[in-house]
Design a protein around this ligand. Structure first.
Ligand code: SAM
Ligand code: SF4
Length: 323
């Protein structure tokens, strides 16, 4: 369905958990993070109820995220359940890749179409420093396994000043050898993210232009999401830029989000939305759930105001919202 600004909203991002097996410095604290209790998170059946109502309103694409979605034990059943809902055409996953290699084959059978893997460093030591807990080898072998299985891979990377910014060209070079897109995501001032300074995509593009001669523009597809792409002439994959801060893409926004405790968020930046868990647990019918989702889609804010002061600004961390 369309919101009041005429945008077609057909994409739902679902956070399966706020828990994570890593502690990336710009996303979570090293210690003292607070998590929801198991009973506070939506169950598989509750998630499927929401997806089913959303599909009737025109949601076709689902992304499972978190926290780390693969730490959730019922991920396979969830994927199968969502895949069986009429109207759902594509299911994707955003993951840090640590548990992916061992699960991807079964996930593919359950309906997984593609994965976004978050990876911010190709150097063991920096990877450790940025994630605090990660094992780089596991992520690298998960990438190869996905490509082997024909699962579409997009690598998402966040560049931080004074940390991994010397690896920009190493990430660009990955698109020469591997058939996957590498996307640079600008750091957003959300939660602990506001303690760090990101590298703007403008700076990254400048560096790429200084180092490569043959760069091709890739035409922007209106439904292709927030990234703009270029490609190295001999590259197998594309290089993408997601610039929520320096280049607002709100006019093409097609998404809503559900947090792991069942809050429907209309926009990443604002705390607007509705507690669907409470509605479901108080016995609401599918029609009532559908009407509430419909109202929230219709009233999606026109644009984010990351660079302005706003009393309704989202104060949660990314692992709690679902990145
Ligand atoms: N754990 C999974 C992962 O890392 O892919 C899924 C959830 S994570 C919150 C999703 C994405 O959000 C990751 O690519 C991560 O880099 C990104 N992210 C987290 N905090 C961010 C911030 N402050 N600004 C920009 N991206 C952020
Ligand atoms: Fe976990 Fe993803 Fe946040 Fe890293 S970015 S701490 S992997 S939720």
């Amino acid at each position: 369905m369309k919101d009041k600004y005429g945008r077609e909203i057909d994409y739902l991002r679902i956070s399966l958990t706020d828990r994570c097996n890593l502690r990336c410095v710009y996303c979570m604290e090293e210690e003292g993070n607070t998590f929801f209790k198991d009973e506070e998170r939506l169950t598989k059946d509750e998630i499927c109820k929401i997806v089913s109502a959303s599909a009737k309103l025109g949601i076709k694409k689902i992304r499972l995220t978190g926290g780390e979605p693969l730490v959730r034990n019922d991920i396979m059943e969830l994927m199968k359940g969502i895949n069986n809902i009429p109207g759902i055409e594509e299911i994707y996953l955003t993951t840090n890749g640590i548990l992916l290699e061992e699960k991807v084959e079964v996930l593919k059978k359950a309906g997984l179409k593609g994965v976004n893997i978050s990876l911010d460093s190709l150097k063991e030591e920096m990877f450790q420093k940025l994630t605090r807990l990660g094992d780089l080898k596991k992520v690298l072998s998960a990438i190869d396994k996905c490509l082997e299985l024909g699962i579409k891979v997009k690598l998402n990377t966040v560049m931080i000043k004074g940390m991994n910014e010397d690896e920009i060209l190493d990430f660009v070079n990955l698109t020469l050898d591997k058939d996957m897109d590498v996307r640079f995501i600008e750091l957003m001032p959300i939660g602990v993210g506001s303690k760090y300074k990101g590298v703007s995509n403008e700076e990254i593009i400048k560096l790429i232009n200084e180092n490569y001669k043959d760069i091709e523009e890739v035409k922007r597809n209106k439904n292709g999401g927030p990234a703009t792409y270029i490609k190295l002439k001999d590259g197998k994959g594309k290089i993408g830029f997601i610039s929520a801060i320096s280049n607002c893409f709100c006019e093409d926004c097609n998404r809503i989000r559900i947090t792991s405790e069942g809050f429907l968020k209309q926009c990443l930046h604002f705390n607007y939305g509705i507690d669907l868990r409470n509605l479901i647990r108080s016995g609401a019918s599918e029609e009532e759930i559908l009407n509430v989702i419909k109202d929230n889609i219709f009233n999606k804010p026109e644009k984010h105001l990351f660079l302005e002061k706003s009393k309704d600004k989202e104060l949660k961390f990314m692992n709690q919202i679902g990145g």
